[in-house]
Design a protein around this ligand. Sequence first.
Ligand code: GTP
Ligand code: SPV
Ligand code: MN
Length: 590
Amino acid sequence: MATAAHTLSPLADLSRAVAEWVGTVRELTQPRAVHWCEGTEAEARQLTTQLLRSGELGALNADQFPGCHLYRSAPNDVARVEHLTYICTRSQEDAGPNNHWMDPQQAHAKMRELFRGCMRERTLYVVPYCMGPSDSPLARCGVEITDSPYVVLNMLVMTRAGRAALERIARGDSFVRGLHSIGELDPERRFIMHFPEELAIESFGSGYGGNALLGKKCHALRIASWQARSEGWLAEHMLIVGLQNPRGETHYLACAFPSACGKTNLAMLIPPGSLPGWRVLTVGDDIAWLHPGEDGRLWAINPEAGYFGVVPGTNPRTNRNAYEMIRRDTLFTNVALTADSQPWWEGLDSGKPVLDWQGRPYDPARGPAAHPNSRFTVSARRNPSWSPHSEDAQGVPIAALVFGGRRREVAPLVYEARDWRHGVLVGASLASETTAAAVGQVGVTRRDPMAMQPFCGYNFGDYWQHWLDVGARLARPPRIYHVNWFRRDAQGRFLWPGYGENLRVLTWMLERCAGRAAAVDSPIGWLPRPQELDLRGLELGSGALEALLTIDRTLWRKEAADLREYLSCYGSRLPPALLAELTATEQRLG
Ligand code: GTP
Ligand code: SPV
Ligand code: MN
């Protein structure tokens, strides 16, 4: 009897548009074989076996970490490369001062020479994928062509990849064409090019995360933000989380924090014991597609199906959910190893690193054992707090939007924007210390509007106008907040314990949304009265709460002046309404 697999038509026959494109790429790149990904578990197992055999993957301790593997990237290929990432629009103005720009013709020509013959002796993988629930009208498809089986394995976890996606494309869905090759992993021959006007991505020379898993930042943020603008929605660098209160009601928040600033942790937060009855449900940990609904509210879907998360800092104390989640069926990249082949990273209380992330005998003199941007790839379904509403075709309704940065000073623990328009200014004013998620200096405060500085596929001036336009269409817009979990004291210690305790700030937001919590007016927005924050069972250092909730007018006047200078770079594309909001803030600051 024929098995189901035999009765299915070959993937290459499903979509003529995809097959033709694959044919063109095949001619250019000259692979030795072409593999169309079905997206089955058997296929993932077979790829894993192949990578284990070739030595590209290592098996981890099967008792402690069943189904887990270690991948070591090239030492010079460990993070996103913002300086090599381009938006290639016909007009440079459309890419804006926030992006590196290259003329599309010139970019295509440059990339064509890099891709020419680059897959000789390699297999070309075709990965059709769907970003968002497969049956959702809000989901979007793409096809990634890559010569990296490691990238394929990641895509199989991070997206809904395989036959169903290709069938959706065959039914007429448009798709993003993502062409990727690891090339020679030479940083001098590495480019991540985006062509939003053509729904195309060309990425060469890196196998790492956001550079190579094209469904993620390249498609779901840079290309999608462009599409979203013309179609009236928003593609944002936001987690989506549901908070169920002790009465059983669930409200959803979408929160934008820059890379490595706490999204995954907040999305799967564990309520502190002293806040009984609360439950946290994760819809997404990195990207949200937000659509105005017919009911006047904003609705969100998570386009992804897995987490590509920061490993260091994960432990049973900071987040037991995250720690348990990555103990099974997880792909680790660039962590250290213990003597008995368990993965090890900074922030773990137990175990001892023997080999560092490059596989060398661990020597503290050479820096951390695990790379600070080491990552786990894991299915969202492994998260104990995974929300079944992640599959809802229309998404979940958003009660509040939260922007947050990593700021040792200036920004208070939390404040609330006066209204949507002011909230757009609050988002645009986001600044944060750089992290290891991107190549470059760490710990430097930079402007990162809406946490989208590395990810917005067009001119920020137009983007803020689009935010204002979306808000104007919402009869019931979410409230907008700003948070900072990372304030420090004079000794450099965090003033706020963070992680699970962050729920105390989120519950205040929900009380505000329900019209129950009071707030104090300040020049930058509404702050909680200290007594309105539920701090039962929490021991804060003396003076910490006051420091966390005080606005230093001198620092804030400087902040506003800095913001004015930054916004002026956007010239005539800067929405006058945003400038008016800034002027009003300056006047309140006196
Ligand atoms: P990307 O995947 O790069 O977008 O990162 P992310 O925003 O999801 O950040 P993630 O939750 O992975 O946290 C990044 C780092 O910050 C980890 O080392 C965490 O342990 C740490 N972190 C997360 N939340 C908090 C917090 O509330 N307080 C403090 N002090 N550290 C935190
Ligand atoms: C980030 O840097 O924001 C990430 C990791 O989420 S990456 O996939 O590399 O973009
Ligand atoms: Mn991210």
